[in-house]
Ligand binder design. Structure first.
Ligand SMILES: Cc1cc2nc3c(=O)[nH]c(=O)nc-3n(C[C@H](O)[C@H](O)[C@H](O)COP(=O)(O)O)c2cc1C
Ligand SMILES: [Fe+2]
Ligand SMILES: [Fe+2]
Length: 407
């Protein structure tokens, strides 16, 4: 656990989680941090989590000592979001201090009962409500439904201008004591930008329209620090992560970056011959691109690349009258995450009657993805010279379209 001072009267406690699939699905090769915060006025509030505490009272007392917080001043727990990565410890704290008052949305109250059987000392907040901690420190609450669960809210400290944003403005990636934008190098910030977009694509993407509403609400606040539940804290340039999130939310409807993502799968290497040609063409162009074999790379990693991409190339054969199943599965998930309005192109091999195209159309239709496809290049068995020529023409046209959309 890392304990650091965020600003006067505010401390951050971070624990890094590794070697798990986040939410039981998403690969996190660089880990993810669970951040919680201690905010001191005359009274003290704990915000988001306190995860990583081993449940041993002495550890908790030692942490409070380090932050110069007397236990008898800990009166409030703010639950911005009931999901267990932010609230799993309430049980333990109540053992030490039974009269602690919880502040949360009506929906969180309902969930606290269903998940943990907590019904006592719960104060339901409404949008814009305030909690005075004394010493000139007032916390204001703003509901932000569906960023990421329907119960979500953010908490704003008027004294320091700190926004405790929970899942909003979060990123993957472990943090250390220097997990603040003003303490990190440019290289570190590039790392966290990549971690943030993958986090967004995995966790928040489905709710981009709600993210836009939350961004509009936050825009009315004089924010000086953004302190999320995951990832680094933004003290030097809080607008950077706010603008990044506006960008990520907009990528759902497209266009996204000047980037192409090539997704492919192949059983006996027929489709792969076309893939190799496409890789060469992308390499020879100045277009940014990513390549993923859908049988090798996990959904979370693929979604991170797809989210940034304005152009998508799909390469997969027919399999039992449908498309190569791993491609179908990841495309379906992309539909649910609302990867919409991309420019696209598909190639693939078949043996006798095909079927991949029909399923592709069904997935696009079912999820209302509205991708704009160039003519497919589908071939029986191995691709011919004529097929390679058509592939080359289409890849060049796709690059031109991405250029046009992102200029
Ligand atoms: C398990 C399996 C199922 C297949 N099902 C079909 C099918 O339903 N219709 C069809 O036209 N071809 C089907 N094929 C043929 C493949 O589409 C064909 O072999 C193609 O060249 C495979 O391309 P790849 O080498 O890129 O995997 C099937 C092949 C396999 C191995
Ligand atoms: Fe969440
Ligand atoms: Fe979370």
């Amino acid at each position: 656990m890392s304990i650091t001072k965020t600003t006067d009267g505010i401390y951050k406690l971070s624990t890094n989680i590794e070697d798990i699939l986040f939410e039981g699905i998403w690969e996190i090769p660089n880990g993810v941090s669970l951040n919680s915060y201690v905010v001191k006025g005359q009274k003290t509030a704990l915000i988001d989590g306190f995860c990583g505490w081993d449940g041993v009272p002495e550890t908790f007392f030692a942490a409070l000592d380090q932050m110069e917080v007397p236990l008898n001043t800990v009166d409030y727990i703010i639950i911005n979001h009931m999901e267990p990565d932010h609230s799993g410890w309430i049980e333990d704290i109540k053992k030490i201090k039974d009269d602690v008052q919880i502040f949360c949305t009506a929906m969180s109250k309902n969930l606290l009962d269903s998940f943990y059987g907590h019904t006592k000392n719960i104060n339901v907040i409404k949008d814009g409500d305030r909690l005075d901690l004394g010493g000139g420190r007032i916390l204001q609450f703003y509901t932000t439904p569906n960023v990421h669960w329907p119960d979500c809210m953010v908490t704003f400290d008027t004294k320091s201008g700190t926004l405790f944003s929970c899942d909003a403005f979060g990123s993957y990636g472990n943090v250390k004591d220097d997990g603040y934008d003003d303490l990190l190098t440019e290289e570190d910030l590039v790392f966290y930008e990549k971690e943030a977009v993958r986090y967004y694509a995995n966790i928040v993407a489905t709710f981009s329209s709600f993210t836009k509403k939350a961004l509009a609400k936050c825009a009315t606040l004089p924010i000086k620090i953004v302190a999320p539940g995951h990832g680094i804290v933004w003290r030097k340039n809080p607008q950077k992560i706010i603008d990044d999130y506006a960008r990520y939310a907009a990528y759902s409807q497209g266009p996204a970056k000047r980037e192409i993502c090539l997704l492919w799968g192949s059983m006996y290497g027929m489709t792969e011959r076309g893939v190799n040609k496409i890789k060469e063409l992308l390499q020879d162009s100045d277009m940014d691109y990513t390549v993923h074999n859908v049988a090798e790379d996990s959904w979370g990693i693929i979604l991170g690349s797809v989210w940034n991409a304005t152009g998508i190339i799909l390469a997969m054969p027919t399999y039992e009258n449908k498309m190569f199943p791993l491609m179908a599965a990841v495309l379906e998930e992309m539909g649910k995450k609302k990867v919409l309005n991309r420019v696209a192109f598909r190639i693939g091999s078949f043996g006798w009657a095909g079927g991949a195209e029909k399923e592709l159309a069904a997935i696009m239709e079912r999820n209302k993805m509205n991708w704009n496809f160039l003519p497919k290049v589908e071939f029986k068995g191995a691709p011919t010279e004529a097929d390679f020529t058509k592939i080359e023409e289409n890849v060049k046209e796709l690059i031109a379209k991405v250029d046009e959309l992102t200029k």
